[in-house]
Design a protein around this ligand. Structure first.
Ligand code: ADP
Ligand code: MG
Length: 376
């Protein structure tokens, strides 16, 4: 159903916000470290009009069930477990921050695959925040939008995510990866013009999501915090890569040792990646991705057979490098390829999955795209 059919008049405006994929820097955000996501061409689109009667009406063309109608002064954290909690949480977070939102009619539709680790949830939140900021003339910066969106997801929906996903959806620019320092939230646009260098970044959605992942995030987070405490630093971000051997010698728990080695070395991989990209050598990032995958698999222990197979079969098929991306235990991997090898690499991965008896993976090209924007 169109906005007009649902709500009886044309929307005041239309906005789009993308999903994202993280190139490098995994589980580093809550350690106040570095990440480097890029925005996908896939977006959540919101058509929105204001209301002045305290009513919020939400509709997603991707979900059965019609309009969800809520009163904005009755929005309560953790009370709503449906998809509507994401946009409703944004309205709640804006009002919590003192912004005088008096209601809205919202029509959402999205091309971001859900549950594939590509942040369909952040796209939904950021597009809602952007639309309301524009319509209510709140003047929020892209960083402000990210903070509101993250607060919606953390406090209202109840998902303890870091700030990366929302910052990527809000602040990325076309042709760039976004370097984000998760301590002070400063950002830098890093040139990532793959086409100019004859390269492509492929995203391979493994189509699996193992239940094991549910408690793993909290467990890794606690392990990293314990490591920082033993090492006497505010966060693992404060361990320079050069001091890693010395730090590891102070840790006895093999799991904590692995987590610390992953976080400190992945922060270093982000720095190496930036240096290469700023020198115009994206091709040399390939081996860093594969190194990062080994670290996620062997030290952080968050990979799975399907993701390991994506990386192995992509590299065997001629990729420059590959790694799983996102929370792990399924979801997606990123694969850097020469454009001329993209088809052969895709074939190699697809055949390996067929031979293993797995569901056919979904493979698409991730052109570094723009963050949230108003369309009309
Ligand atoms: P990811 O963000 O990695 O895709 P999440 O589990 O964080 O996975 O978010 C997925 C959830 O976001 C969905 O289960 C749904 O509740 C919500 N969502 C995403 N896209 C849409 C959409 N187009 N319409 C309605 N809800 C959506
Ligand atoms: Mg999400």
């Amino acid at each position: 159903m169109s906005f007009e059919e649902l709500y009886g008049s044309a929307p005041e405006g239309t906005w789009a916000a993308p999903g994202r994929v993280n190139l490098i820097g995994e589980y580093t955000d809550f350690n106040e470290g570095f990440v480097m996501p890029l925005a996908l061409p896939h977006t959540a689109v919101a058509q929105v009009s204001r209301r002045d009667d305290g009513v919020l009406r939400l509709y997603s063309s991707d979900i059965e069930g019609g309009i969800v109608q809520l009163r904005i002064d009755e929005l309560e954290p953790l009370a709503n477990t449906s998809w509507a909690a994401y946009p409703a949480g944004v309205v709640w977070a804006l009002r919590e921050a003192g912004h005088p939102i008096t209601g809205a009619d919202i029509h959402l539709s999205s091309t971001v695959p859900t549950g594939a680790g590509l942040s369909s949830s952040a796209a939904l939140e950021v597009v809602t925040a952007h639309a309301l900021s524009d319509l209510y003339e709140l003047g929020l910066t892209c960083q402000d939008l990210a903070v509101v969106a993250q607060r919606a997801e953390n406090a209202f929906v109840g998902v303890p995510c870091g700030i990366m996903d929302q910052t990527a959806s809000a602040c990325c620019t076309e042709g760039h990866a976004l370097y984000l320092d998760c301590r002070d939230l400063s950002t830098r646009q890093v040139p990532f013009d793959l086409a100019a260098q004859g390269l492509q970044l492929l995203v391979v959605d493994s189509r699996v999501k193992h239940a094991l992942g549910d408690g793993a995030y909290a467990e890794r987070r606690a392990g990293c915090e314990e490591g920082a405490r033993i090492l006497g630093v505010p966060a693992l971000r404060d361990i320079p890569y050069e001091q890693l051997p010395q730090a590891l010698s102070q840790l006895t728990d093999p799991k904590v040792r692995g987590y610390v080695r992953h976080v400190v070395s992945d922060n270093h991989r982000v720095e190496r990646t930036i240096a290469l990209l700023e020198a115009g050598d994206a091709r040399a990032v390939g081996p860093i991705l594969t190194e990062g995958h080994a670290s996620l698999r062997d030290d952080l222990l968050i990979s799975c057979e399907e993701l390991d197979l994506v990386v192995a079969s992509a590299n065997a098929g001629g990729a420059l490098g590959a790694r799983m991306t996102g929370g792990g235990f399924g979801g997606s991997a990123v694969v850097l390829v020469d454009a001329s090898h993209a088809a052969a690499v895709t074939k190699s991965v697809t055949e390996a999955f067929a031979a293993a008896g797995y569901t056919e993976p979904r493979v698409f090209e991730a052109t570094p795209s723009a963050g949230t924007r108003r369309l009309s």
